[in-house]
Design a protein around this ligand. Structure first.
Ligand SMILES: [Zn+2]
Length: 262
C-alpha cells in the first residue's frame, strides 16, 4: 500500500464502486475505488466521475503499472469528485440543521434539542431527558440569528467532542497496549480519523452524531494503527481484540449521513 513513512493510512469512511467496474485500486487515503476501464485508440488518459462512479479511458499500449501511477497522481481529485457525487445523491437524507431555539440535532445516535436562554450556564449544560434524548441549554438569546446559534452550538460541540473522545481513547488505549500522545479534531467530510506512529490521533467531530458504539469503533481503529500501521489482516485482528463486532459497526458508519452544518 502507498503511504507516507510513519503515517497510518488515513481511513476513508467509504469505498466507491462503479456498477460496471472492471478493476479496483486502493488510493492513498485508504479509499477503495472500483472503476470501469476502457481501452481506446487515444494518447492520454481520460478520467470521468459520474453518479455511477469512476470510469477511465486509457491508451491501448499503457501498462497497468503506468495507469495506476497516474490514478495515484490524481487521487485527490478523484476522491473529492466521488465524494461530491455521493453527497449530491444523498442530499435527501443529509438534512440541514435549523439553527433556532427548539431545533433537534442528531447526537450519539439519538436527538439533542436546543434550548436557548441567556440565563443558561456559561459553557452550556447538557441534560439526558430520556432514552436517546438530550436537551442542551446554551446561553444564547432565543431570538438570535442562525450564525450566532450555530457558533454557540459549535463551540459547545467541539468541547464536548474533545472531552468524550479523550475519555474513549483513555478507555481503549490500555486494552490495546498502546499510548497516544495528542488529539486533534478535524472537520473533513470524507475521513473519520487518522493516527500517526508518534501517537497523535485525529478524530472527526462529526462522530458525535453517531452512536457511541460506532464512535468507539473509530477510536479503536485509530488506536490499533499505533500497533499496525496498515490495513492488513494483522491490523484487523488487533481491532477485533477491543471491538469484536467491528464489521457491523464499520458498515453502519459507511451508511451514516451527517447532517449539514452550513
Ligand atoms: Zn485505518
Amino acid at each position: 500500500m502507498l503511504q507516507a513513512p510513519g503515517q497510518a493510512l488515513l481511513w476513508g469512511s467509504q469505498d466507491f464502486q462503479h456498477p460496471a467496474a472492471t478493476h479496483q485500486i486502493l488510493l492513498q487515503d485508504g479509499i477503495r475505488v472500483a472503476y470501469k476501464l476502457e481501452r481506446a485508440a487515444r494518447r492520454s488518459i481520460g478520467f470521468q466521475v459520474s453518479e455511477h462512479g469512476l470510469s477511465i479511458r486509457a491508451p491501448r499500449g499503457l501498462s497497468m503499472a503506468q495507469l495506476e501511477a497516474s490514478i495515484h497522481e490524481k487521487s485527490r481529485w478523484i476522491a473529492q469528485k466521488l465524494q461530491e457525487q455521493r453527497e449530491r445523491a444523498g442530499q435527501v437524507q443529509a438534512q440541514r440543521i435549523a439553527w433556532v431555539d427548539g431545533a433537534a440535532l442528531p447526537f450519539l445516535g439519538g436527538l439533542l434539542t436546543l434550548h436557548l436562554n441567556l440565563a443558561a450556564p456559561r459553557g452550556g449544560s447538557l441534560l439526558a431527558v430520556g432514552e436517546g434524548a438530550w436537551s442542551l441549554h446554551l446561553p444564547v438569546a432565543a431570538n438570535a440569528g442562525a450564525a450566532q446559534v450555530r457558533a454557540g452550538v459549535a463551540a459547545w460541540w467541539l468541547r464536548h467532542a474533545r472531552g468524550l473522545f479523550t475519555e474513549r481513547l483513555q478507555h481503549y488505549a490500555p486494552q490495546l497496549g498502546v499510548q497516544w500522545r495528542s488529539l486533534r479534531l478535524s472537520n473533513a467530510r470524507t475521513r473519520w480519523g487518522s493516527a500517526k506512529s508518534d501517537g497523535s490521533i485525529m478524530l472527526n467531530w462529526r462522530l458525535l452524531h453517531c452512536r457511541l458504539a460506532v464512535l468507539d469503533y473509530v477510536v479503536v481503529h485509530e488506536l490499533s494503527h499505533l500497533r499496525v500501521m496498515d490495513h492488513s489482516p494483522r491490523f484487523w485482528a488487533v481491532v477485533a481484540e477491543a471491538s469484536p463486532g467491528y464489521a457491523a459497526l464499520r458498515a453502519e458508519l459507511r451508511e451514516h449521513a451527517s447532517p449539514l452544518w452550513a
